[in-house]
Design a protein around this ligand. Structure first.
Ligand SMILES: [Zn+2]
Length: 304
């Protein structure tokens, strides 16, 4: 059920079913994919919206997670008997709650508050026997194949999946949203995300599905149009930072100004995300010579 009492929607593409989350898959919800081969059925990224559908899902043989973030693993606990699979670079996160929290790397008191949310609201359940997959691995479900494409940046082990023969690419949190790319965790990397955005431009598929908001796009032209707008948010943040650094600023001033979230966004971990994200931008711009440090901890844009 959605908040307004309407039923959650599904979209079927061949043997792939997109299980749309409540509120169109807006965080904390998300869209999960059910892929049914003749031998096995796989559920990708069980969201919070899987719980109300759980009894209707006849069979789930494996759970695959595109990466280890709270909203993507929120329904994993409903499938305790199925193996859980994540990329080798993220799988440690599901092995223990301490590991999971290391992915975010938030300072106190954000850490303790969010740790409780991850357990209470997202049902984090440690699975020490979760299995690692790697770039290029193929899950053969019987007449359906699911190929792993490592696409790091959002997290170290973030992956997308190409599902054939229905030709669906599941993009996880390369979510093509107007918010733009998220690289605000300890295990995020702006540089990796920018490389990944270049790589995914080459993907050629009929259908493109994301975990949040967008849902399913039909055709590569629609995908590229959204991808370019999504990627451009990084450049907008970078330019806004350069404009802000017309006069010398400290990192605290940059964090308070907000470049990732809007000032009115009430997000408990906003300051940690701003700090991690904008530190990476500053480092990149120092490396490019577009910003210099006028004195320790104070930065100014170089005149061009
Ligand atoms: Zn994520």
């Amino acid at each position: 059920m959605n908040d307004d009492g309407t039923a959650l929607k599904d979209q079927t593409i061949g043997r792939v079913t997109v299980l749309f989350g409540a509120r169109g898959g807006k965080y904390p919800h998300g869209n999960s994919l059910l892929v049914a081969g003749s031998e096995e059925t796989v559920l990708i990224d069980p969201s919070l919206s899987i719980a109300p559908r759980h009894s209707a899902l006849l069979r789930v043989d494996r759970v695959l997670n595109s990466h280890c973030h709270e909203d993507h693993i929120a329904g994993n606990h409903l499938f305790p008997d199925a193996p859980w699979h994540l990329h080798a670079a993220d799988v440690a996160g599901i092995h223990s709650l301490d590991n999971m929290m290391a992915i975010y790397g938030y300072p106190e008191p954000i850490h303790s508050g969010f740790r409780k949310i991850v357990v209470d609201q997202f049902h984090f359940t440690a699975r020490p026997d979760a299995v690692a997959f790697h770039d290029g691995d193929v899950f053969d479900l019987g007449g359906m194949r699911l190929r792993v494409i490592h696409a790091p940046g959002h997290t170290r082990g973030h992956c997308i999946f190409h599902i054939e023969p229905d030709d669906v690419v599941y993009l996880g949190d390369i979510d093509l949203s107007s918010f733009g790319p998220y690289y605000g965790d300890a295990w995020s990397s702006l540089a990796d995300f920018e490389r990944t955005l270049q790589e995914v431009r080459r993907l050629d598929a009929r259908w493109y599905a994301t975990f949040h908001h967008i849902g399913v796009l039909d055709g590569r032209a629609a995908f590229l149009e959204r991808l370019d707008r999504f990627a451009a948010v990084i450049q907008t943040r970078r330019q806004r930072l350069l404009d802000f650094l017309a006069t010398p600023r400290t990192l605290d001033e940059i964090v308070a100004h907000r470049f990732v979230y809007r000032p009115q966004d009430d997000v408990p971990f906003a300051s940690a995300v701003e700090r991690r994200s904008m530190t990476q931008h500053i480092e990149q711009l120092l490396g490019d010579g577009r910003v210099r440090e006028v004195e320790p901890g104070r930065y100014i844009a170089r005149a061009v």
